[in-house]
Write a protein that binds this ligand. Structure first.
Ligand code: 5AD
Ligand code: SF4
Length: 437
């Protein structure tokens, strides 16, 4: 028997890329490829890229540069580029880096095996009519992990002025209810106890329910929550304007829906929000947070912020700091504005780089103080922890709390996939420690 061919995948960027990489691995698996963790062993290297900020996109080219001598030694090595840089730059990638054999955009992943066999085009970045998920193989039954991602929605119609996603991932498309439920049941059948529903604008999901009615995202969560054996549901990423009443209510009355919500606001200044085309004010966001907290008082909120968006003044920046103070986040990401080709904000006059840097540092300092306080507030509490892997020390397990903190627990008898009650004893910079109750 011939040795199976080996596939090495590097995934950049968001959780949807992690999910997509797994699906591409499955598709290539049907063609006889097995995954390897060792790039030196690979017959094919697949780079699943991110285009969200310039730095993220540049990583692709530096990695390709490093692959040049590898390919010179091993001319049969196939190099494929997938993801949002593939979508945005297409043909340009092979022109700039001729060592790249294949370029495939996110909506064409089901065509990757044929392309790798030489039966397709070298560059494929169309938005095809058919649903790639109908053509990708089902998840393999071998991988046993207690947590999984499940893409329910792709694309974005919001067109925030800074963002490439509406161009790289395309228009919003919701997957049908029956497919989502079948995939969720399948995951639970394989031992998954926590599912994170993914979408670029996940709470904009909608679709025809089996009852003949149009379902919104809250209804979908309730249907998934009915699956026996599933303990936890999370979702990301949401837009404030799509937080429907039913979804907010689900945070109060659906026990499997975890008390954690990533709800990016980007800025606390109405002027900047308008220039960003966010279509909500800072006050509307704060009122929304009040309603979410009324439904689920202990919910952990996280967000994304952009420092130095074109036109941002010191006053705008102070408004953002004030909004952060008013909300009190569990953690948050903040980024320096990065002009992306083709987006509406790309041509606008930029804030001086050092000013944007200083604002970013101020945001990060405040957010990390809030993160520390939020973690400290967990000490002494009893939380559910789902064990995901062994810790570094003997007899130690690591899992996620209800609030998505990593928690280290001495639990020599415990198994991966167990959901246990833990008393939190200690807060470290990016994790918690606790003991079994
Ligand atoms: N510059 C900086 N940050 C950006 N983000 C998206 N586009 C840009 C950009 N051009 C950030 C937003 C978004 C997160 C995923 O990345 O905060 O919520
Ligand atoms: Fe990008 Fe999110 Fe805005 Fe959509 S809602 S354009 S994905 S930042």
């Amino acid at each position: 028997m011939a040795e199976p061919k080996k596939l090495f995948i590097k995934t950049y960027g968001c959780q949807m890329n992690v999910y997509d990489s797994a699906r591409m691995a499955e598709a290539m698996g049907a063609d006889g490829y097995v995954l390897t963790e060792d790039q030196a062993q690979a017959d094919m290297v697949l780079l699943n890229t991110c285009h969200i900020r310039e730095k993220a996109a540049e990583k692709l080219y530096s990695d390709l540069g490093r692959l040049k001598p590898v390919k010179a030694e091993k001319p049969d090595l196939k190099i494929a580029v997938a993801g949002c840089v593939a979508q945005a730059e297409g043909e340009e990638i092979v022109n700039r880096m001729p060592l790249v054999d294949l370029v495939v955009g996110p909506q064409s992943y089901h065509k990757l095996p044929a392309m790798a066999r030489g039966e397709g085009p070298r560059v494929l970045t169309e938005f095809p009519e058919e649903d790639k998920f109908d053509h990708l193989p089902k998840a393999r039954a071998t991988r046993r992990a207690p947590t999984a991602f499940l893409t329910v929605q792709e694309g974005c119609d919001k067109f925030c002025a800074f963002c490439v996603v509406p161009y790289t991932r395309g228009a919003e498309v919701s997957r049908p209810v029956d497919r989502i439920l079948a995939e969720a049941r399948d995951l639970v059948g394989r031992g998954v106890r926590e599912i994170t529903l993914l979408g670029q604008n996940v709470n904009g999901w909608h679709g025809a329910g089996p009852d003949g009615r149009e379902w919104q995202f809250g209804r979908l969560i309730r249907a998934i929550a009915e699956i026996d054996g599933l303990d936890r549901i999370r979702y990301t990423t949401s837009h404030p304007n799509d937080m429907t009443d039913d979804l907010i209510a689900a945070h109060g009355d659906e026990p499997k829906l975890m008390p954690y919500l990533h709800l990016p606001v980007q800025s606390g200044s109405d002027r900047v929000l308008k220039a960003m085309n966010r279509k909500h004010t800072a006050d509307a966001y704060l009122r929304l947070i009040d309603r979410i907290r009324a439904a689920r008082p202990d919910i952990m909120l996280t967000s994304d912020f952009i420092a130095g968006f074109p036109g941002e003044t010191d006053q705008d920046h102070r408004d953002t700091l004030r909004l952060i103070e008013a909300v009190g986040y569990g953690s948050a990401f903040s980024f320096k504005y990065s002009a992306r080709p083709g987006t509406p904000a790309a041509g606008r006059e930029e804030v001086p780089s050092e000013v944007a840097d200083a604002r970013l540092q101020e945001l990060q300092a405040l957010l990390s103080r809030q993160q520390k306080a939020a973690q400290q507030s967990m000490v002494g509490r009893r939380l559910g922890v789902l064990f995901e892997k062994k810790g570094r020390e003997a007899g130690q397990m690591v899992g996620k709390s209800d609030y998505l903190h990593s928690v280290f627990v001495a639990a020599p008898e415990a198994k991966i996939g167990e959901l246990v009650e833990v008393e939190i004893t200690h807060s470290a910079p990016n994790s918690l420690a606790g003991r079994l109750v």
